[in-house]
Design a protein around this ligand. Structure first.
Ligand code: 2P0
Length: 329
């Protein structure tokens, strides 16, 4: 039975994508700047067998052993299959069994859709024996989830407003000391998916237009900070981005509130650590976990503080990296 395997890491946005341009699938309204979280992976295996005569080929998807509704994956699978048909792939009419596993909690705000759709697109490209450039794969992964366009690259990435694909701005070894600690505060599934929440923000938040127009100034600031390996400058821009994004969410109707009391405790803890000269720069996404950007030097102090806090269930640590891989067999 033909088989392909892919693995990708979640893409953590330092400068956030929140809101879509109208008219195409997951084309961002804001420019995002992100890093790949090397220690966290989604691993996806695709197997196939010929579809029965006279029946269109189908697909089944499971995540962490649980069968999923096909709807969220249909666009990416259709796009890759269409590409396979055009290229005359010998497997284009195969029924697919897609099995995906995360090494971290799914759907709790650690960007599992970014690594998930990047690994899905990569595994299908390998299965159908397609030769795609990274940029082509990024555009295909984007049809599943906007942030997945970034996870097709490791290291430091950028996804421009109005663009169909992301690109790498620096490889991971540009800044080897950089680290991310993820403070897990709750592993329950989030109350509202980011897609619906983004759309609610766009259509009901009086702050949405201000969020979008303001967001661009932070991009240049973050890129300059990465170029100069300046953690304080990067942390300051990153903090402004997530707080302004959150402001636009909170002003939606009904409000979008991903924070729980433990998240706020960790935000205050980071503030306290910074006032003691420790580089603990937090950011948050569509979930209650708090991600802390720092350097290797300050990891032990932050870890100790997080482990002593009753707000934190578990701490994950990652270097920057997350080079994806895909292969046949
Ligand atoms: C990001 N997030 O830049 C932002 C920041 C969450 C907050 O991208 O609708 O799953 O599939 O394109 O990529 C999460 O949203 O949304 C996200 P869709 P996605 O990482």
């Amino acid at each position: 039975m033909p088989r392909a395997r892919a693995s990708a890491s979640p893409s953590l946005a330092l400068i956030k994508y929140w809101g879509k341009q109208q008219g195409d699938m997951n084309v961002p309204a804001t420019t995002s700047v992100a890093v790949g979280l090397h220690a966290l992976r989604t691993i996806t295996v695709v197997e196939g067998e010929p579809a029965a005569e006279g029946r269109p080929p189908g697909a089944r998807v499971s995540i962490d052993g649980m069968e999923q509704s096909i709807a969220p994956f249909a666009a990416v699978i259709a796009a890759l299959r269409e590409r396979a048909q055009r290229n005359g792939s010998r497997y284009s009419e195969y029924d697919l069994t897609i099995d995906s596993n995360n090494t971290f909690p799914t759907a709790a705000g650690i960007a599992s859709s970014s690594s998930g759709f990047a690994a899905l697109a990569g595994s299908l490209a390998a299965f159908f024996e397609l030769e795609l450039s990274d940029r082509e794969l990024s555009a295909l992964a984007r049809t599943g989830s906007g942030s997945a366009a970034r996870s097709v690259f490791g290291g430091f990435t950028r996804f421009d407003s109005g663009s169909h694909e992301a690109y790498r701005i620096y490889p991971a070894d540009h800044w080897p000391e950089l680290r991310v600690l993820v403070a897990i505060t709750d592993t329950a599934r989030k109350p509202i998916g980011s897609r619906a929440a983004m759309e609610r923000t766009r259509t009901t938040s009086p702050y949405y237009d201000a969020w979008v127009s303001d967001s661009f100034s932070l991009v240049d600031e973050a890129v300059a900070a990465i170029a100069g390996r300046d953690i304080e400058r990067l942390g300051t821009a990153m903090r402004a981005s997530y707080l302004r994004m959150t402001g636009s969410m909170l002003a939606s109707d009904p409000p979008v509130i991903y924070w729980i009391s433990q998240s706020i405790s960790v935000i205050h803890l980071c503030d306290e650590l910074r006032s003691n000269g420790i580089h603990a720069w937090e950011t948050m996404d569509a979930g209650p976990q708090v991600k802390i950007l720092t350097t290797a030097h300050d990891v032990p102090a932050i870890r100790t503080a997080l482990e002593e806090s009753s707000a934190v269930v578990h701490v994950l640590e990652s270097e920057i990296g997350g080079e994806p891989s895909w292969r046949i067999g």
